[in-house]
Design a protein around this ligand. Structure first.
Ligand code: NAP
Length: 305
């Protein structure tokens, strides 16, 4: 029986672990499929306070992990495939193991969204990617495309110009959602060409040869065209990882865990949620860490009472 089980190892889960461990709760943190979470898929993090020169995402997560372990958090590698939160003690199932817990902190984050066309899935890992940091290197000297109009798309496109000779940024509207600074950086980059009001209808190529091009459709004129590229990076946002909680924890219509205002409490007493899994708005490392801290403090108080 644990006082606290934390599910997920991004900035939210690891910050909850630091606080809970320092409060002597000896939390068990189960890492999930992507230990360290989305920050391990990024390069330089420039906006996490305390690092005036920036810090590499994987390094930041490694440091948070060490900090949690230093105070006695137990971190295990495993994927939680089921939970039972309808009665105390809660039960969390990972691999072939089962653990009982008085409190559960949900910090499972979110995962990349896909456009939803069959060829995108068929060619995933064969020229289609959702992670420029992971796969950019494979496109050295090639022409590629990025889909999306938010900060992720700007960041990925800018990063990919280190490798690619040309990056086509395909966006379904003619205005970007990205922040001004990220837009300006991408717009000023001579290697990035913007393709406005356009949707990707099909990724051309096959598994053996990889991506050969994209069939595009201009949403306004309805004209179709083919863009010859060797790779496609999909950067259109994320979905919260909440499947295992469905039917037990209250979720909103987009699948995010509902938490009470100014709190990380869910509808189940003793179950808390922090980070991107409950945050459709900010989705920043620093806000995830902040809510992780809140979860640990709220759980500690709940246990005391
Ligand atoms: P986002 O802000 O939700 O933007 C998603 C983009 O993809 C939008 O431009 C959207 O188009 C487009 N899109 C969505 N579904 C699509 C579809 N099915 N087909 C084609 N296009 C589609 O997501 P994000 O860029 O991942 O950013 C999420 C959050 O993380 C934001 O708060 C952002 O500030 C933050 N972030 C920050 C940094 C940084 O500061 N370094 C880096 C990355 C992300 P519409 O505009 O038409 O809706």
């Amino acid at each position: 029986m644990r006082d606290m089980v934390i599910i997920g190892s991004g900035p939210a889960g690891l910050t909850a672990a630091v606080y809970a461990a320092r409060a002597n709760l000896q939390p068990l943190l189960i890492e999930g499929k992507e230990p360290g979470g989305q920050l391990t898929l990024t390069t330089m993090v420039e906006n996490f306070p305390g690092f005036p020169e920036g810090i590499m995402g994987p390094q930041l997560m490694e440091d948070m992990r060490k900090q949690a372990q230093r105070f006695g958090a137990e971190i295990v590698n495993g994927y939680v495939h089921a939970v039972k939160l309808t009665e105390q003690p809660f039960r969390v199932y990972y691999g072939d193991k089962e653990v009982e817990a008085r409190t559960v902190v949900i910090s499972t984050g979110s995962s990349a969204k896909l456009i939803g066309i069959k060829s995108e899935l068929d060619l995933m890992g064969h020229g289609v990617s959702t992670c420029a940091t992971c796969d950019g290197f494979f496109f050295r000297g090639k022409e590629i495309a990025v889909v999306g109009g938010g900060d992720s798309a700007m960041e990925e496109a800018t990063f990919l110009t280190k490798f690619a000779t040309k990056v086509s940024l395909i966006h379904r509207r003619d205005t970007l959602r990205a922040s001004k600074i990220m837009q300006d950086r991408a717009l000023a980059n001579p290697k990035i060409q913007f393709v406005w009001n356009t949707a990707v209808e099909e990724v051309l190529g096959d598994k053996a040869a990889g991506v050969k091009g994209l069939r595009l459709k201009n949403i306004k004129s309805e004209e179709t065209s083919v863009l010859n590229v060797d790779g496609l990076f999909v950067a259109i946002g994320h979905n919260p990882n909440t499947e295992i909680f469905r039917g037990q924890v209250d979720l909103d219509n987009r699948g995010y865990v509902r938490t009470q205002p100014f709190s990380t409490r869910t509808n189940i007493p003793g179950v808390f949620a922090c980070g991107d899994v409950q945050d459709p708005t900010f989705k920043q490392a620093i806000t995830a860490a902040g809510t992780g801290c809140m979860s640990a403090i709220e759980a500690e108080r709940w246990l005391e009472h």
